[in-house]
Ligand binder design. Structure first.
Ligand code: ADE
Ligand code: ZN
Length: 337
């Protein structure tokens, strides 16, 4: 199945750009920016990755960002991910970024978004990878800070497709950001929010993203299966769920293959994604391969999961159809996409 998975043209809808920062690039940027890392080698840095829940991951993830300082650093981060994406036959990606994690360190919003944007344009031209950008708010910061950053983004609205919500979910429910997301909607942006796996109050939070926020998609959302009312509503609205198997394994010791199969059986729009691939040491193909092995998915089921990625994308229907045709041809072995 690995060669089959590798050759399929794929979409990635849940990847944090800051989560694509490879240890080697950390060291290179640290040297360039005169920053001393508390590790001697990239290998030693990887050995310190000890994730067992969301907070233990987030501590290491935010510390890692200190090496991202100027526009070229954000360009390089984005370019390196997109080159990797192209090598995995990812033809379309929606990219999360966390501006508050940078402005809090004194890096200007403009520096961050301009570097990312340049790499997106170069990747479209030179690698043939189409991308759109999603601004994520950090839910453990205040709603006022989120609103300020939404306003900072106003001059760059054409560069954004949507807004998201990430970071530590505990005691930071979706409704804390209701006004911010309502304004983002008025600005013409799509809405998504993380409902990470097995969080405190997860069912209440999933209910809020549906009823109070009115999201266009849900990031993770696996626990919705525990409530008939929730999963039925998600299926009825045909809301995409961006599930991240390897990321989940750090929290629930499984790739949630049983849950993903259950979602397929319930005709839910479940998609497969990598989340923070440099930290979890698995890009999109590795997520699909591991998931297939754990869950015994058939080739047709893999194609459905990939097709769901294009269907759940924030693209015009005509563009989605083009990608679907490309996928069907590659799945049938007619073209090497
Ligand atoms: N930031 C980066 N990855 C995240 C995740 N999976 N959940 C919440 N915040 C994140
Ligand atoms: Zn995520």
């Amino acid at each position: 199945m690995r060669p089959f998975i590798e050759r399929l043209p794929k979409a990635e809808l849940h990847v944090h750009l800051e989560g694509t920062l490879e240890p080697e690039l950390s060291f290179e940027l640290a040297r360039k920016n005169g920053i001393t890392l508390p590790f001697d080698t990239p290998e030693a840095l990887v050995e310190a990755y000890d994730f067992h829940d969301l907070p233990s991951f987030l501590t290491i993830y935010y510390a890692g960002m200190s090496v991202l300082v100027d526009e070229d650093d954000f360009y390089r981060l984005t370019w390196d991910y997109l080159a990797k994406a192209a090598s995995q036959n990812i033809v379309y990606a929606e990219l999360f970024f966390d501006p508050q994690a940078h402005t809090a360190r004194g890096v200007a919003f403009e520096t961050v978004i301009t570097g990312i944007r340049r790499a997106q344009q170069d990747a479209a031209q030179r690698l043939g990878v189409e991308t759109q950008l999603i601004l994520c708010f950090l839910r453990d910061m205040s709603a006022e800070s989120a609103m300020e950053h939404l306003e900072m983004a106003r001059p760059y609205l054409d560069w954004l497709v949507g807004v998201g919500l990430d970071s530590d979910e505990k005691d930071n429910p979706p409704t804390k950001f209701a006004a911010v997301f309502a304004r983002a909607r008025e600005m013409g942006l799509k809405l998504t929010m993380h409902c990470d796996v097995n969080q405190t109050d997860t069912l209440a939070n999933i209910g809020q993203v549906l009823d109070d926020i009115g999201v266009d998609r849900i990031d993770h959302g696996v626990n919705s299966l525990q409530s008939d009312a929730l999963w039925q509503e998600i299926a009825r609205r045909r809301l995409g769920l961006t599930v991240c198997p390897v990321s989940n394994r750090f929290v629930v010791q499984s790739l949630t293959s049983a849950e993903i199969r259950d979602m397929l059986d319930k005709d839910m729009l479940v998609t497969i994604n990598s989340d923070d691939p440099a930290y979890f040491r698995a890009y999109l193909n590795e997520n699909f391969v591991a998931l297939q092995e754990e869950g015994g998915f058939t080739a047709d089921e893999i194609v459905t999961l990939v097709a769901n990625g294009f269907e759940a994308a924030w693209l015009p229907d005509a563009r989605k159809s083009e990608y679907r045709d490309l996928l069907d041809k590659a799945a049938a072995g007619r073209v090497d996409a």
